[in-house]
Design a protein around this ligand. Structure first.
Ligand SMILES: Nc1ncnc2c1ncn2[C@@H]1O[C@H](COP(=O)(O)OP(=O)(O)OP(=O)(O)O)[C@@H](O)[C@H]1O
Ligand SMILES: [Mg+2]
Length: 238
């Protein structure tokens, strides 16, 4: 079995063939590991996630997901985007079912035709994240924390081996943010790899084993998350 869930080698990316927003990124993340990605605004965290999910293609370098460089493993990456990417006019349940699109097919997802077993699975995940009673509520009626839970359930619906969570609790109060992080760690299987992008050093220290530090599009270091403190990273954020 391949050791690394994610392996990037010499990845460069430029949105406009001009300035590089990712510069020579080397990254190896072991299966089942919990990794935080920290760095100031604009340092390239979201871009890196989009490269891992294959929403963006690097200008050069290689991206391996579970040892494969092809698109095959794409659906094994569950992505919780910074802005969550939920369909506000659809219900929580319908949003979670979107996570099953690789099994149902695009047309089925578009037409809202879902096999019974997928609906049952979606309800199971909504139950796990604690909002099954709101399954039939439209997303625009839900609170920020409830939306965050829907986004987790949608990612789980992909039955992912790798979960990328992009600052997805940053708009919540700290108590709710931690409650949601605790829940995600509890749900995460032993073999599920979790990568969180965050500005919050305390969150990185408490919810990851290793922290990768980004600045100006480059990976400038890696540290054991237990050793993280404001002093160690003050240069990164100034
Ligand atoms: N489509 C685009 N065209 C031009 N520049 C872009 C595009 N997308 C991102 N960038 C630039 O790439 C850089 C990295 O952006 P990115 O969103 O990856 O940063 P980030 O670390 O996620 O920041 P934040 O913490 O604010 O979310 C920024 O300077 C941004 O302006
Ligand atoms: Mg970002």
């Amino acid at each position: 079995m391949e050791e690394y869930a994610v392996e990037l080698r010499n990845v460069w990316y430029s949105p406009d063939r001009g300035n590089h927003t990712l510069k020579n990124i080397d990254l190896k993340i072991k299966r089942g590991a919990r990794t935080a990605l920290i760095g100031p605004s604009g340092s390239g965290k979201t871009t890196l996630f989009k490269i891992i999910t294959r929403l963006l293609k690097p200008c050069s370098g290689s991206v391996c997901i579970k040892g494969s460089i092809g698109e095959l493993e794409k659906h094994k990456v569950g992505y919780i985007p910074q802005q969550l990417g939920l369909v506000r006019s659809r219900t929580a349940l319908e949003n979670v079912l979107i996570g099953a699109h690789s099994r149902i097919g695009f047309t089925g997802t578009l037409l809202g035709v879902f096999p019974k077993k997928e609906v049952e699975l979606a309800l199971k995940y909504l139950n796990m994240v604690g909002i099954a009673p709101k399954a039939d509520m439209k997303v625009y009626t839900l609170s920020g924390g409830e939306r965050q839970r829907v986004a987790i359930a949608r990612a789980l619906m992909q039955e992912p081996e790798i979960i990328l969570a992009d600052e997805f609790v940053s708009n919540l109060d700290i108590v709710t943010a931690r409650e949601i992080m605790d829940m995600m760690i509890k749900i995460k299987g032993k073999d599920t790899t979790l990568i969180i992008a965050t500005h919050d050093i305390n969150l990185a220290r408490d919810y990851s084993e290793t922290t990768v530090i980004m600045k100006n599009g480059a990976r400038i270091g890696e540290i054991s998350s237990g050793d993280l403190d404001q002093d160690k990273v003050k240069d990164v954020f100034t």
